[in-house]
Structure formats: C-alpha cells, structure tokens
Design a protein around this ligand. Structure first.
Ligand SMILES: Cc1ncc(COP(=O)(O)O)c(C=O)c1O
Length: 381
C-alpha cells in the first residue's frame, strides 16, 4: 500500500452537475434540445464568437470543419506528429492527406518555418494543436495562412481557456474544435464544440452535424403539426445530448474557479521542483494565457529509459502519469499510412522521449500536490 494515491485525473463534479442531470431526466427531453441551445449560447459568450456548435466530440468537430470546407481526396492539410491520433485521423477520414511537420523543441507545437516550407498548391488548411493548453503562435500562423490563402483549423482539445498572441482561442482560427472528454478542463463526459468564423460554412457544418438533416428533432417538435425534413447531403451523427449540455452549463459556472486552481497547482509545482537540476519545467507564454490542461516536465539530459524508470517509480508511490504524446508516425496503425520511421521528426521524438505529464486538476487537494512534489523530489535526488 502506498501512503496516498494521486491518480492522473479525477473530474471535478459536484452536486450541481448531479441536479442538472436529474432535471434533464425529469424533463423527458434527453437528446439535443433546450440545454444544448443554452450551452451553445454560453460558450459563444465565453469564447467571443457567435457561430458555435455543440458536438459529441472534438474529433467530430475537426472532421466536420474539414468536410464543410470541402477538403477531401487530393488535398493536403499541414499538421503536427506530436498529437493525439484523432487530429490526424480526422484528416484521413475526409480522404485528404495529412502533411506532418516537426515541432518547436520547447513547446512541442508546430514550428512555423516548417509550416511555411510545407505549403504546396495542394495545401487546403493548416491544423495546429494547442498542446497542453499552451497557445500555438497564431500571429505567425495566420500570416502564413493569409499569404498562402488557406484557413487555419485549430485543434483546441486542450485549450478552452487559452488565449494566443492573436486573441482568444476559438475566436481566432477559421474553425476551432474543443474537447469536453472526461479528462478535459471542462467536461460533459463525452463532448466537443466547433466554432466557425464564416456564416455559410457554419450553416453547412450545422447540417453535417446531424446526418445533413435540415431541422433537428427539437426544431420539428413544436406545435405546428407534422413536418417533413430533407437531407441536403450525407453527414455525421455528431450532435450533443441535453444530458451532456446540462453538465457543461454547470461546469461553465465553475470554470473560473477550476482554471484558477490549475494555475495555482502549476505555480506550486514550479516552486516545488525549482531545485531539481535534472528537470526543465513548463512556463506560461510571454503573451496570452495557458489553460494548463497538461503539466509536463522534461528531463534535461534525458532519454526514454530514464523517463520510463521515473514513471515506474512514481507509479510505485501511487502517483499516476501520462505522456503527451507518442508521435503518430510511431504508432502501429498510422505508421502503415505515413511510412515514416524514427528520425523523421527529431524534435517531436525527443519531446516524446523526455517528457512526462504529472497530475494537474482542480479536484487535487493541497495534500495531493505536496505528495506529488515530495515523491518527485525523493525519486530524483
Ligand atoms: C490533441 C487532441 N485532439 C483531439 C482529441 C480528441 O478529442 P475527443 O475525445 O473529444 O474527440 C484529443 C483528446 O484527448 C486530444 O488530446
């Protein structure tokens, strides 16, 4: 038995989420309806963009954004190998080709010169990931995108509270997809959100969200008698339920406190680990705001075996960890499509080999934080 167990994540859910769920159950309307509409309005206010779509996942959001833009076979989308497989898989599912480029060695985010060099006449979008909640260099990426006449679709799965050097994430890229998966800063169990600048694209995305149907069940249900619907084009089944949205509304109310707690944990970690010479610690961006979805430390002169031994030692003391991420070209299934091996993206690979993500979530107690600091310090001293 370890002295204490600090899992990698525990969601911060309270009585208000339970009550909100019971209220939806009692209402008799479970699928997309009034709660989804309210959640979308609240997210639009929070992000500062009116066109927002609540979805079943961030993965669906990325796919819908690409499809709404007409991206498909023969097209290229520039993105990062240092991401969750969903980023790249959403491009494959449209029939387009992901063009992977290496990352900045410090942030793990798309390197802008590499992006500029990868633009071809077939490039149809640039898809950066705000890894860990740290903002991608949006000013530079927007300049490249404008020069090349391509849009930015950003993967903001980690970045609901992030602000970049060009403004709030969600209101900067042509399309932005967020995740509300169980371990995210704001959770609806499973869920996602897509924001879009363009009204025409938004209309198409809204229809793609639900089979291409022109009005959803909630819109068909009011008192004007039976209504036929039409299917404009074949879409996805990616709507959010009112159950999820009701949870999301409660989570939005608590978001400022949850964000402040993440920031406080990061600050305590950074001062607690300051004397450990073998570690490099994450820092906030010089401009903008970090969402601190992930807190990853790096072994300064490390390699994968050293990092792995550290993970095992923390596990033995009851502390959960994670890795963000094993680059996609090193994963079995994707590697069959990408046909690139180790050495293709040295910065992404070194980032993977030497980083480990520690627990950071509002449900951590002060004792949990002190325990993690003590465990890391003892293992590395
Ligand atoms: C970077 C990144 N992109 C996309 C996703 C997919 O999110 P979802 O599970 O909501 O589809 C994740 C999920 O964790 C992620 O980490």
């Amino acid at each position: 038995m370890t002295e204490r167990r600090v899992p990698f994540h525990r969601p911060a859910l309270g009585d208000s989420e339970k009550e909100a769920l019971l209220e939806v159950v009692a209402s008799g309307w479970l699928t997309s309806g009034p709660k989804v509409e309210e959640f979308e309005r609240r997210c639009a206010d929070f992000l500062g963009r009116k066109n927002v779509l609540a979805l079943s996942s961030c993965t669906a959001g990325l796919e819908i954004a690409l499809l709404a833009m007409g991206i498909g076979p023969g097209d290229e989308v520039i993105t990062t190998p240092l991401t969750f497989v969903a980023t790249v898989a959403s491009i494959w599912r449209t029939g387009a080709t992901p063009i992977l480029v290496d990352v900045d060695p410090t942030t793990g985010i798309l390197e802008t010169e590499a992006v500029a060099a990868a633009i071809t006449p077939r490039t149809k979008a640039i898809l950066p990931v705000h890894l860990a909640g740290y903002p991608a260099p949006m000013k530079e990426l927007l300049a490249i995108a404008a020069r090349s006449h391509v849009p930015i679709i950003d993967d903001a799965a980690h970045a609901f509270e992030t602000t970049s050097d060009a403004g709030k994430i969600g209101a900067v890229g042509a399309c932005t997809a967020f995740s509300f998966y169980a371990n995210k800063n704001l959770t609806t169990g499973e869920g996602g959100l897509l924001t879009m600048a363009d009204n025409g694209l938004f209309k198409r995305a809204k229809s793609l969200r639900l089979h291409g149907i022109d009005r959803d069940a909630w819109q068909r249900k009011d008192g004007e008698g039976f209504r036929f619907y039409d299917v404009a084009e074949v879409g996805l089944k990616a709507n959010m339920s009112d159950l999820s949205a009701a949870m999301g509304i409660e989570q939005l109310d608590r978001l400022p406190a949850m964000t402040a707690r993440r920031l406080a944990i990061q600050e305590r970690y950074n001062s607690g680990f300051a004397e450990i010479a073998s570690l490099s610690l994450p820092s906030p961006p010089s401009v903008g705001e970090h969402a601190w979805h992930v807190y990853a430390v790096q072994f300064v002169e490390g390699d994968a075996p050293r990092r792995d031994a550290f993970i095992d030692a923390l596990f033995a003391r009851g502390v959960g960890t994670s890795i963000h991420f094993k680059p996609v070209h090193l994963l079995t299934g994707p590697s069959k499509r990408i046909a690139l091996t180790r050495g293709a993206f040295p910065c992404a690979e070194l980032f993977y080999d030497t980083h480990v993500s520690l627990p950071i979530y509002p449900a951590m107690t002060d004792e949990d934080i002190d325990y993690v600091i003590k465990a890391v310090t003892e293992i590395l001293s």
